[in-house]
Design a protein. Structure first.
Length: 106
């Protein structure tokens, strides 16, 4: 019985510490304003340029090669043609759509 009471006391102390930490984090949090931060602009521009340029073409070609290898192995499936087409369309038009949507939202 004593050990049960000791463990209950430890649990209460741990919960109190967690609540206190959460309260401190809320009180000392700095405000964040949408659109005012340019921390990830370089990474976003690099990644977008890669996918819209040679990287998107390489991914599409690799996907098409995978589909052709699948067809040559005798496992005919419509997905082996549709997936490379979808990857090509996604790499070609999906990135500008996502970029413009994020820019418009922010």
């Amino acid at each position: 019985m004593q050990s049960l009471l000791k463990s209950a006391g430890r649990a209460e102390a741990a919960m109190f510490a967690i609540v206190l930490l959460a309260l401190a984090l809320v009180m000392f949090a700095a405000p964040a304003f949408a659109g005012a931060d340019a921390t990830f602009d370089t990474a976003e521009n690099t990644f977008t340029g890669f996918l819209e340029g040679s990287g998107g073409r390489i991914i599409t070609i690799l996907s098409l090669v995978g589909g052709i290898v699948g067809l040559a192995s005798g496992r005919f499936s419509l997905g082996q043609i549709a997936i490379p087409v979808g990857v090509g369309v996604g790499a070609g038009t999906g990135i500008p759509i996502v970029t413009s949507t994020v820019t418009a939202t922010i």
